[in-house]
Design a protein around this ligand. Sequence first.
Ligand code: FAD
Length: 468
Amino acid sequence: KRIIHWFRRDLRLDDNTALLTAYATAEEVVPVFIVDDAILRRPDTASNRVAFLLESLHDLDGNLRSRGSRLVLRRGQPEEVLAQLVAETGAAGVYFNRDVEPFALARDARVATRLEGQCAVVSFEDGGLTAPDSVKTKTGTPYTVFTPYKKAVLPQSVAHPRPAPTQLRTPADVLGEPLPTLADLGFATAATLPPGGETAAQARLSDFIRNGLEHYASARDRLAEEGTSRLSPYLRFGCLSPRRAYWAAREAFSNGSPGLEGWISELVWRDFYRQILFHFPYVEGGAFKRAYDELAWENRPEWFECWCEGKTGFPVVDAAMRQLLTTGWMHNRARMIVASFLTKDLLIDWRWGERHFMQHLVDGDLAANNGGWQWAASTGTDAQPYFRIFNPIAQGKKFDPTGAYVRRYVPELSAVPDRWIHEPLLMSTDLQRAFRCIIGVDYPSPVVDHGHQRIKALAMFSRLTTNQ
Ligand code: FAD
């Protein structure tokens, strides 16, 4: 018996539910990845993610080969490629791990219809700590508030991970195409990205558990430090099993640690937003709290451009936006600061920022990105009232007290002393000259006045609330 395992967002051998089931039930497994032009052509597809994907596929192929198998790569529409492959191999089934994105669910439904009568199409739950529809309130509805959701998930329901099979059997006569380069696919990137693949993911997880987890609670919000795991791109592409990450951390710190609980909470946030997207797919493109679709954003394109380029005149915002452009990643605290700034200082629709993030983030993921943006814009699941607005200067002083983060990404400010690093406008003309940073010439003047914009944002939200 032969089974096709269709790799998508599960680019690993370790704890891969569909793959392990295929190997347990069939003599031979055909591991296939399909390069789908419908995904490559999407306006929110980022070169950075395509580059990371290609490296991850390369690593996956190497890991398969070391176990006696290899990755079969094909290009085309998944339903047609799979129908062809089933005909070629006589496979009894196509197995894959389920996704939660509307685009993927529609594609998978097309695949199931196309293969009906030809072979079995079987999907598995794999992408989260738990399945998106497995954790419900007492009345059977999905959770829309994080804390009770987390209490319902932890700790019992997270399955223990299963190791990769040691020996894999794949038929020798199934041909694939060579792995394309980034340029072959029409993409290019200048960003310095983390290495893709399961091998790098495992190394990073061990390193974080050995050296980072213990200090996570105190270091995670410090912008200039590597205080977080940086595992997000690996979780995004399934190079790492979230259950492996969860249990590796729990077992290493079985006596508990403040870092452990905080970090596990973040893994649960990931699941929380996956199940929000699964149960409320209208959040793709619309506010979770539907009334907020009526907010009267100002949407000034020239302000949006300043924000995208990291030229707003607010040092911490600019550093963060440039971190995104140069590394394809941004610190979580910085994501919150720039998202609040875009929506509540620049009064620009959160969807503009969400799209810009997707076009650059190496970990760009619809569920987490949408959840993060709606959190910042106060349109999402969070109960926090809209009138809590981040002050970008205070945030910079608190989370980058020495200005090391700002100096790393905004070289115009590199000579400015700590005292003015978050408010360079307060320097006298003489000081600006002395520290080689003339405001308005070397570094932009602030694009808006925070206090003034805050009042406008409050008015924008309260108009809507009082009209309801
Ligand atoms: P760690 O602190 O080490 O956390 C471990 C893992 O938990 C992360 O790798 C990630 O998978 C998950 N996680 C952590 N925080 C969150 C969160 N708030 N929501 C969901 N999952 C979380 N995360 C993405 O993976 N993709 C995105 O596209 C994305 N967009 C975001 C947009 C905004 C506006 C905001 C505020 C947050 C966004 N996040 C996104 C969440 C978070 O910023 C990143 O997951 C985190 O910075 C990744 O760094 P890390 O791996 O070092 O995280």
